[in-house]
Design a protein around this ligand. Structure first.
Ligand SMILES: Cc1cc2nc3c(=O)[nH]c(=O)nc-3n(C[C@H](O)[C@H](O)[C@H](O)COP(=O)(O)OP(=O)(O)OC[C@H]3O[C@@H](n4cnc5c(N)ncnc54)[C@H](O)[C@@H]3O)c2cc1C
Length: 310
């Protein structure tokens, strides 16, 4: 937990994030988790994943935009991503972040842009998913999700097991029979809002899995935790859910061994594929999840300084 907090703290230091951003793609350590800086690179990665039997969800990295123009450009980018996935016949959708669509600026603008992305995807028979961000945005995200889901049935939402409130939120969403992506939660949240201990988050995740697999939702089981995967497989077996009624989800570059295992066992698997130039905050969250990943970065930076001297 200490290391995790230290990495979160580092991620607020501009000098550190700038240094990582300058070196990350050049020296390759960011490529482990980021499919590239351009849509073409992300599509190439998606095609390769498709050949290995995985679906994808593309995310154009970026959060907390500061102008309406940036939010409009993010909308355009998601629509273009959907068009390209379709044109190239790839099995995939897009994952959007509402702060990238202007949630900090104007709720109505964000709602409109979300509906436009959902409509464009629906016209191509494609789906979209909404990421869940920090607790400052939970209520607004649920409201925008609900309003969008009432008009389009191709929209899913991520929900975070570390939040105490989440069981109530799930009941609120149940009448819409939505696709819900169950994650543990990636942001630093205070103890009065979220479980802090891994064992408590895991217990909540297990409980919620039981709810999500009770037939009222389309569950997306998003975790790399072997214990959660075992629990999910056991529940799926007990309830006899067919592979078209659920999916597993994992993040690009994380636990590729478990990705392979799920596919070999015949489970549907979607890979969350992030790309773009604004990759630093996302990359820091992945380091915070698993501080051992910092060795990649340190090794690359050490190799760089040795090359510099050589
Ligand atoms: C498809 C997908 C979408 C997501 N969307 C959101 C979202 O919208 N909002 C949100 O808050 N969070 C999101 N997350 C992140 C999530 O909340 C967790 O922070 C993240 O998945 C780590 O939790 P875990 O369940 O994988 O396991 P943890 O309990 O963190 O770790 C258990 C084990 O999983 C493996 N592992 C976990 N993370 C890593 C890593 N980075 N590198 C290597 N091994 C690792 C290790 O073996 C580790 O011991 C998403 C995760 C996935 C898979």
């Amino acid at each position: 937990m200490l290391v995790r907090n230290f990495i979160f703290w580092l991620s607020t230091k501009k000098g550190v994030t700038d240094a990582i951003a300058r070196r990350g793609m050049r020296y390759g350590f960011a490529r482990r988790f980021i499919a590239g800086e351009t849509l073409q690179e992300a599509l190439a990665a998606s095609a390769e994943l498709g050949r290995a039997g995985r679906r994808v969800s593309l995310n154009h990295l970026g959060e907390n935009v500061r102008t309406a123009g940036e939010a409009e450009r993010a909308r355009e980018s998601y629509i273009e991503m959907t068009r390209q996935l379709n044109a190239q016949g790839l099995d995939g959708n897009v994952s959007i972040k509402l702060t990238q669509l202007g949630l900090d600026l104007d709720r109505d603008l964000c709602q409109r842009l979300t509906i436009e992305i959902a409509a464009a995807a629906a016209s191509l028979g494609r789906t979209i998913e909404m990421d869940m961000e920090g607790t400052a945005y939970t209520d607004l995200t649920l409201d925008i999700f609900e309003a969008t889901r009432r008009r389009f049935d191709n929209v899913g939402l991520a929900i975070q097991a570390y939040l105490y409130r989440i069981e109530k939120d799930i009941e609120r969403l149940a009448p819409l029979a939505p696709k819900l992506r169950l994650v543990k939660g990636a942001y630093r949240e205070p103890p009065h809002l979220a479980y802090q201990k891994k064992s408590d988050v895991d217990a909540s995740y297990r409980r919620l899995l039981g709810r999500l697999l009770d037939g009222r939702f389309f569950p997306a089981i998003a975790t790399h935790d072997p214990a959660m995967l075992d629990h999910a497989r056991e529940l799926l077996r007990q309830r006899g859910l067919a592979p078209d009624r659920y999916e597993f989800q994992m993040i690009y570059g994380v636990r590729r061994d478990l990705q392979q295992q799920l596919r070999e066992q015949g489970h549907p698997l979607r890979i969350y594929v992030p790309f773009g130039t604004e990759w630093c905050p996302y990359f820091m969250r992945r380091l915070a999840e698993r501080p051992a990943n910092c060795w990649f970065v340190l090794r690359s930076l050490a190799a760089e300084s040795l090359r510099g001297r050589g």
